[in-house]
Write a protein that binds this ligand. Sequence first.
Ligand SMILES: *Cc1c(COP(=O)(O)O)cnc(C)c1O
Length: 246
Amino acid sequence: MLLEMAGHEPQFLPQATAPMSSATASLHAVRTRIEHACADIGRPVSTVRLVAVSKTVEARRVRELAEAGQHAFGENYLQEAMAKQRELADLGLEWHFIGALQSNKARDAALHFDWVHGVDRLRLAQRLSAAAQERPAALNVCVQVNISGEASKSGCAPESATELCHGIAGLPGLRLRGLMAIPAPAPTPEPARRAYRRLRELFEHIRSQGLELDTLSAGMSDDLEAAIAEGATLVRIGSALFGQRP
Ligand SMILES: *Cc1c(COP(=O)(O)O)cnc(C)c1O
């Protein structure tokens, strides 16, 4: 702190607490955004789970964020993730696979992650189920929905999501938690917000049919406020925590 006094040189006063590390500061900033978004809509902050997306980020920086208090991490690439998991095994972190998953990689994903968010076809769910039966606890899965209707994106069509959820709900070793979506990139938050609203309506529809879904995996660094306003219960945040990726 800088103190100006008439006739004196500026003095630096000792700080009451140690300066925050950058990991602690960015985690604090993201948590504050989540708190404000929850307050705006009157939701308890405990209803939103923060997953830190650490793709392309070195294990050393993941460890720093874990030491600052972050427990759940998301990864997109299996080989990269598994190497980091070995290096960080002492931390007992929760791992979320959020990338596109080929069916022939389902076994690795099922055995090395606690959650798989990108399930968009029954064949993949069946492969995950077969491997997940070797796990001590069920594998948490979300159905990815192509909510913005982009040809290039993965995710099932919104019209097929209900049937896919019913199919997955009956598979052993899996626990169907909810829906996940990645809206099309846009210069303003409104299109993402409309996409998140459609996702929530679909979620409510599927719940009304008796499936006990509790997770809406929606919201990234640029649109977490819009996602929380539309009911997201899990946000996947990368660049706001770790900086822009190369
Ligand atoms: C990379 C990624 C994120 C994080 O994106 P940021 O904009 O960096 O927060 C979230 N979800 C998925 C599926 C991703 O691939």
